[in-house]
Unconditional design. Structure first.
Length: 122
């Protein structure tokens, strides 16, 4: 029974690692940010005190600014951003971007809590 639990936990860990790896390979498209966000959220204007220009939404850096990317994903998915009257990405592109941000954020938080990977005893 204990062995089955260990196998299940290890399998779960590998599934999360595979999902994180896939998300890393398909990190959010910076062009979407450039096209729809940088006009207001740049180093010069810093609308709402936020500049996204210097932040990389890629898998290797998402944990460093997790709160910012979580806020970005919430604003995009709720329709608050881009504001009414400004161009918006099409639904599939927007949904893929938000899903990618959330997948990377969740994966990074999980792996940050297990710095050396899982430890199992036989």
């Amino acid at each position: 029974m204990v062995r089955q639990a260990h196998l299940w936990a290890w399998g779960r860990f590998l599934a999360i690692a595979a999902a994180l790896s896939a998300a890393s390979a398909q990190s959010p498209d910076r062009r979407l940010l450039e096209q729809y966000c940088f006009g207001c959220h740049n180093a010069r204007l810093k609308t709402a005190g936020l500049s996204l220009e210097s932040l990389d939404p890629g898998a290797s850096n998402i944990a460093a600014h997790a709160e910012v990317w979580e806020r970005v994903s919430r604003k995009l998915s709720s329709g608050q951003m881009p504001p009414a009257g400004l161009p918006r990405p099409d639904k599939p592109a927007l949904n893929a971007f938000v899903r990618s941000l959330r997948t990377l954020s969740i994966g990074r938080l999980l792996f940050r809590r297990i710095p050396d990977g899982p430890r199992f005893t036989a």
